[in-house]
Write a protein that binds this ligand. Structure first.
Ligand code: PEP
Length: 243
């Protein structure tokens, strides 16, 4: 069984004053039996690096350096103190036109810089209603997860687009089906796929976390809104520890 992972994605939220939330969280979970990852905005990474959590970026460029105004490379994230980076979040795919090929290249750049890539995949509402969820998952896994991935450098996050920030959550059976499918596809490609963490993401909160964490092949969660305060994120971490 892989060690469980509670990951928080702060998105474009967080000023220096909000670091007190992380200090509170660190004090509450100093002896956590699960891994805790916080992905703050890039401006806060270097100030988070001394906390007991793993720290991640939310995106990286495909290249390590160059004339790309406003972008951040995986090497820069590592230099600032990050150990992880989210790639292929649906907000990046939608807002910035990121294709599977770009996500794979970003994930490869993350690996080359020594970072763990948290690769996000997930279907839209239309795709779910059309019954094509598993086809979408297949094509995103094939296109976004690069060769050279393994349990040590890759986490897969299943995040149905329609569940992100909406309060809507798939049924436990739908989560079980997709996570089992992802595990099977990863087993077909990577020898250590049993150890590769597969996170669920999309409107996870204290009230639904325990049920979601009881689903087979759910190795933790990628949490957006409910990771912003210690009071919201802490019970999710506790539920994961109890699972
Ligand atoms: C996310 O954006 O990765 C996410 C899961 O958001 P939320 O928890 O707010 O749905």
């Amino acid at each position: 069984m892989p060690r469980k992972l509670a990951a928080g994605n702060w998105k474009m939220n967080g000023l220096r004053a909000d670091l007190t939330q992380l200090e509170t969280l660190a004090a509450r979970h100093s002896d956590a039996s699960v891994d805790i990852l916080i992905c703050p905005p890039a401006t806060l990474i270097s100030q988070c690096k001394d906390l007991l959590f793993d720290i991640g970026g939310q995106d990286c460029h495909t290249l390590m350096a160059g004339a790309h105004t406003g972008d951040i490379s995986a090497k820069m994230l590592a230099d600032a103190g990050a150990s992880h980076v989210i790639t292929g979040h649906s907000e990046r795919r939608m807002d910035h036109g990121e294709t599977d090929a770009i996500v794979a290249a970003k994930s490869q750049a993350a690996h080359a810089a020594g970072l763990v890539a948290v690769i996000c995949i997930g279907e839209t509402r239309d795709q779910r209603e059309a019954g094509t969820t598993l086809d979408v998952i297949d094509s995103q896994l094939a296109g976004s997860v690069p060769d050279g991935a393994g349990a040590y450098n890759t986490v897969i996050a299943y995040e149905p687009v329609w569940a992100i920030g909406t309060g809507k959550v798939p049924t436990l059976d739908q989560i079980r089906q997709v996570h089992g499918h992802i595990r099977a596809r990863m087993r077909a490609r990577f020898d250590d796929a049993a150890e590769m963490r597969i996170l669920y993401g999309g409107s996870v909160k204290a009230s639904n976390a325990a049920d979601i964490f009881a689903v087979p092949d759910v190795d933790g969660a990628l949490v957006g809104g409910a990771s912003l305060t210690a009071d919201d994120f802490s019970p999710i971490i506790t539920a994961l520890e109890a699972s």
